[in-house]
Design a binder for this molecule. Structure first.
Ligand code: BTN
Length: 239
C-alpha cells in the first residue's frame, strides 16, 4: 500500500530527486518526506521554496503499466481538495493542478516519470503543501499557508497520514475509471468549460479543458492554450 514505508529526511535537495536516484532499491508505494528541501523544484524547472513547517513529500509508484501521469496528478489534487474540506477550507484546482484558496497558491504537484532505455519504469508524484511554513514577503500576494488560513498550526504528520489514506482509497476507486476522476476534477477547477474569459483583450468562451491544453473560441477564432501563464490574470470567472 502507498505509504507503508515512509522515509523522513531532515534536509535533502529534493524528495523527487531522491527518488530518481534510489527508485531501484525502493518498493512501490514508498514515500519520501523532507523537513526541509534545499533545491525544491516546481513545474517548468521553477524553484520551489521548501522551508521548515511545510509538507514536502514524494510518492514512488511502479505500476505494471504507466498509463498516465495526468491521472496521478489529478488524483493528488483531487485528494488535497477533499482533505482540505475536512479542515473547512474550500480549495479549488487552478488548471492544470495548482491548489488555490482565496486566489492564492496553497500547494503544487510535480509528477515525473523515470525511464530506462526509453521505457517508463517508475512514477514520482511530488507534492508540496504550505502548511505551517512562513511564506516569504515577496510571495505573500500569490501564496498562502494553511496556518495563515486557519490561524493555527496544523499537525504535519496527521495531514500526511490523512492524505495517504485518502489517496489510496481514491486510487482504488478511480484506477479503473479514470474518466470518472476527470469529471470530478473538472468540477473542482477555478475556471471551467463554458466560462467566459478575456484573452489578449478579446472575449472567448472556454470550450474544452484537457490535461495539457485548453481550447478557447469566439465567433472569429479558435485558439489552443498550452499553459496557464498564457491566460494568467485574464480569467474573469474565478470562483
Ligand atoms: C509546482 O507547483 O510547480 C509543483 C511544486 C511541487 C513541489 C514538491 S515539494 C516535494 C517535491 N519535491 C520537489 O522538489 N518538488 C515537489
Amino acid at each position: 500500500m502507498i505509504g507503508d514505508k515512509i522515509l523522513i529526511f531532515e534536509k535533502i535537495d529534493s524528495t523527487n530527486e531522491y527518488l530518481k536516484k534510489h527508485y531501484k532499491e525502493l518498493n512501490n508505494g514508498t514515500v519520501i518526506v523532507a523537513i526541509e528541501q534545499t533545491a525544491g523544484k516546481g513545474r517548468y524547472g521553477r524553484k520551489w521554496i521548501s522551508s521548515k513547517g511545510g509538507l514536502w513529500f514524494s510518492i514512488l509508484l511502479k505500476p505494471k503499466n504507466i498509463f498516465s501521469t495526468y491521472f496521478f496528478t489529478k488524483l493528488a489534487s483531487f485528494t488535497l481538495v477533499k482533505i482540505l474540506k475536512r479542515y473547512k477550507v474550500y480549495a479549488r484546482i487552478k488548471w492544470p493542478n495548482d491548489i488555490f484558496v482565496n486566489g492564492k497558491k496553497l500547494a503544487g504537484i510535480l509528477t515525473e516519470v523515470v525511464y530506462e532505455k526509453s521505457k517508463p519504469v517508475a512514477l514520482i508524484i511530488g507534492i508540496g503543501i504550505n502548511l505551517n511554513n512562513q511564506i516569504p514577503d515577496e510571495l505573500k500576494s500569490i501564496a498562502i499557508s494553511l496556518k495563515d488560513i486557519l490561524n493555527k498550526n496544523v499537525q504535519i504528520s496527521g495531514f500526511l497520514k490523512l492524505f495517504l489514506k485518502r489517496f489510496n482509497t481514491y486510487y482504488l476507486k478511480y484506477r479503473k475509471a479514470p474518466y470518472a476522476l476527470t469529471r470530478q476534477w473538472k468540477k473542482l477547477l477555478t475556471f471551467k468549460e463554458g466560462d467566459l474569459i478575456k484573452f489578449k483583450n478579446a472575449n472567448y468562451t472556454i470550450e474544452k479543458i484537457e490535461n495539457d491544453y485548453i481550447i478557447i473560441s469566439n465567433e472569429i477564432e479558435k485558439k489552443k492554450i498550452f499553459s496557464i501563464s498564457e491566460l494568467e490574470g485574464d480569467v474573469k470567472s474565478e470562483n
